[in-house]
Design a protein around this ligand. Structure first.
Ligand code: AMP
Length: 483
């Protein structure tokens, strides 16, 4: 078991090839992906001769608004990254994209996801003499590429990704290509888009979500496939699939909470998915009530679906202050408590004397729900029922969504009745796992071949948790080989 107090990468990535003012386009793309990471951001460009980079703490808007920074990022090729880390220090050396000079030239890489054997690999690589500059999982890619005995960048990259275990969507930039990679199960998203290119031919975009294409006026081409490497250069897009095909396991929590509602993931609109989840929840766990009130913003589409299906009025009984970040990003419990109060306030005109159904997407620690319920009761609600548009979050995510350790998850320690009591509601219900799958267009959850990664709800982890359990045989062999 390793110390888990380290940065968890839960991030947004963007890449541009043959695009006029690639840095500005990347900054716009990162701005649309701001919800995927607010702690730090970076852009690396290539101007045809050399690389340029800017990394900074904080929001996209605080980093790329001055002309001097942008003038320092010339070129028609770029990659960018937004970082979201809730534990460990956020210092510049932990900000991506990472950049390294290899014998074949410069290489920049940005990563969304989490590697589950990073610790094991890091130990082996350090023993071998690799000097790590950061505490990020993603740095193992750089060292594995550096020590690979293959000649070409692409062969070295394939060599590297065959040794890592975990969830990863990567964008990388070399002197002559933009590269996108998705892990074999496609846990984290990555999409390909096209724009009018700087030289009149096609320009290409890679991004975590389609909302980043919309902001730069790019056309959606397709999702990068699970296990696929896309190689983009002036001759177009090439695809390599170095892994044997497996049944994909896209992260179901992207639909429930993480992605922006105007994005389309794996062919499904996130907004529509959330409404359908809300409708299914209303069918499974109806409540006698006067108003359906979302916990904004993430609960809004599910509450709309719930209201439509139940025929009960949808009302904004909680108002969100948009000038504070997500509660989760503040690191201490004390601040987190304070954050909830900063973020939401009760709309007494809607709540007084009413039987209220609160709809939210998830209960993690339970802090948000407790505060919201207290607030809604203080505003005079007669009854408070809570409906959650995801099954109980009873297991931690090791694949790139930040969830606290299991002991801090309310659903890991309590039954639904106990949770209802702790949160202070008259009733509490969660959508069932089969209901969730149905809302997403599947017949239900096939336990032999689930269509999604739903480990946070089921504890069924589709990718080995090498760092968190006993090292697997092949890891031991690798360790022996490397040390
Ligand atoms: P908690 O107070 O810990 O129960 O947090 C639950 C709230 O946090 C819900 O309203 C969710 O919308 C939101 N949430 C759930 N998962 C995450 C996450 N990984 N990052 C940020 N916020 C989250």
């Amino acid at each position: 078991m390793i110390d888990d107090d380290k940065p968890h990468e839960e991030c947004g990535v963007f890449g541009a090839w043959n695009v006029t003012d690639a840095a500005a386009i990347t900054a716009l793309g990162l701005h649309a992906l701001q919800h995927r990471g607010q702690e730090a951001t970076g852009i690396v460009t290539h101007d045809g001769v050399r690389f340029h980079s800017h990394k900074g703490l904080g929001l996209v808007g605080d980093n790329y608004s001055d002309a001097k920074t942008m003038a320092g990022l010339p070129g028609t090729r770029a990659i960018g990254h937004n970082r979201y880390a809730t534990t460990g220090e956020t210092v510049l050396r932990n900000v991506q994209p990472l950049f390294a000079e290899f014998e074949f030239g410069g290489f920049a890489v940005g990563h969304n996801g989490n590697l589950t054997n990073a610790h094991t690999l890091r130990k082996a690589l350090t023993r071998r003499g690799c000097l790590f500059q950061s505490t990020m999982d993603s740095e193992v890619f750089v060292h594995l590429i550096a020590i690979s005995l293959y000649a070409s960048v692409v062969d070295r990259l394939i060599d590297a990704i065959k040794q890592v275990i975990g969830a990863y969507s990567l964008v990388a930039l070399t002197e002559n290509q933009l590269i996108g990679v998705r892990d074999p199960l496609g846990v984290r998203p990555l999409i390909l888009g096209r724009v009018h290119g700087a030289d009149g031919n096609a320009g290409w975009i890679l991004a975590s979500e389609t909302c980043a294409l919309d902001i730069v006026g790019a056309d959606f081409i397709r999702d990068v496939e699970p296990g696929e490497i896309v190689l983009i250069d002036d001759t177009g897009v090439r695809s390599i699939k170095p892994f044997a095909p497996q049944s994909p396991r896209f992260c179901v929590f992207e639909y429930i909470y993480f992605a922006r509602p105007d994005s389309v993931m794996e062919g499904t609109s996130v907004y529509n998915a959330r409404k359908l989840i809300g409708a299914q929840l209303a069918k499974e766990a109806p409540a006698e009530a006067d108003v359906i009130v979302p916990v904004p913003d993430s609960g809004v589409p599910a509450a709309m679906g719930f209201a439509e299906a139940s025929g009960i009025a949808f009302e904004l009984g909680i108002i969100r202050n948009h000038y504070v970040g997500r509660t989760f990003i503040e690191p201490t419990d004390q601040i987190r408590h304070l954050g909830v109060r900063l973020k939401h306030s009760a709309n007494r005109a809607i709540l007084e004397g009413k039987r209220v159904v609160l709809v939210d997407d998830s209960i993690v620690r339970g802090t948000t729900s407790q505060k919201i319920v207290e607030m809604v009761r203080a505003a005079g609600a007669a009854e408070v029922h809570m409906r959650i548009a995801g099954p109980p979050t009873a297991y931690s995510c090791f694949y790139g969504i930040d969830t606290p350790e299991r002991s801090k998850l309310l659903a890991a320690r309590n039954s639904i009745e106990e949770m209802a009591k702790l949160i202070g509601v008259d009733s509490l219900a969660f959508i069932s796992i089969d209901g969730l799958y149905r809302a997403l267009g599947k017949p239900g959850r096939d336990p032999k071949k689930p269509a999604f990664c739903d480990a946070c709800f089921t504890g069924d982890y589709p990718i080995a948790l090498t760092d968190h359990i006993e090292p697997r045989d092949e890891q031991l062999t690798l360790l022996a080989e490397l040390s």
